[in-house]
Design a protein around this ligand. Sequence first.
Ligand SMILES: O=c1ccn([C@@H]2O[C@H](COP(=O)(O)O)[C@@H](O)[C@H]2O)c(=O)[nH]1
Length: 308
Amino acid sequence: MIDLLIEKIQEKANPTVVGLDPRLSYVPEYIKNEVYEELGKTPAAAAEAFYRYNVALIDAIHEIVPAIKPQVAMYEQFGGAGIDAYIKTIKYAKEKGLVIIGDIKRGDISSTAEAYADGHIGRVDVEGEKFEIYHEDSITINPYLGYDSVHPFIKHCQEYNRGLFVLVKTSNPNSGQIQNLDVAGKMVYEIMGEMVAEWGQQVMGTKGYSQIGAVVGATYPEEATKLRKIMPNTYFLVPGYGAQGGTAEDLKGCFNQDGLGAIINSSRGIIAAHLKEENKMKFSEKEFALAARKAALAMKKDLQRVIG
Ligand SMILES: O=c1ccn([C@@H]2O[C@H](COP(=O)(O)O)[C@@H](O)[C@H]2O)c(=O)[nH]1
């Protein structure tokens, strides 16, 4: 997975991942009316609206960006239909050549982690027959239960050429409450960074980076710079740019000298670009995907300023 991700980043000259975190309030009225007519005002209609919205977004951005990061929470809140929309979105994006980072943030005891790993980055077994269910290339996981909870995922990275992004320093305002606690002279996030770097040595790709990456928030540039040194072979998935206040300048410390090492997420900043105050005069509701494309191009330019 990591080799493919790097190839796509280089091909597009763009370390951006577009977060597909749809909300009904972002979806244009004409799409909502279509699905409500077909399915009523139901959870199934909401899920179908998300899928149609995503298809238009993917069509608009797939030539510009290397990857998408669907946020499973937005889909699973609508139950089975939502999960179907999540899977259909992934399949469509893969047909368009995009790398998929499923933002699922799983973490549990090893026997349960095995089921998550089988479903998301492995195969499920039905009476000896194997099925791939979710089709993500990589997923996010929560490592705070320790190595035995992470190991089933690592095993699948080896077996199925998949990837992980492990929460190390998250972008949210209260992330420091636990992650910045001092434990014998080191912060918890530094200790976690050391562990993730060590786990990653088991599954190195061919381009100097591991299949096991780290989630590092754009909103904490000092911590990101420290982590870059602790984890030179670890790819960073960096949320927090744009809507959460992270800027291109804040990202400098996330990259290595080779210009690689980080992929920057923007969700609301791209998929809801048509709703931004300054864009409301420029784009009609029907032009939401065009607004997203323009936002993705502007982000690419912004990132190129700092990585050169
Ligand atoms: O530390 C983290 C980990 C994950 N996220 C997720 O990334 C996106 C961010 O969305 P924006 O609209 O660009 O703010 C969202 O899916 C979060 O759940 C994060 O923000 N921080």
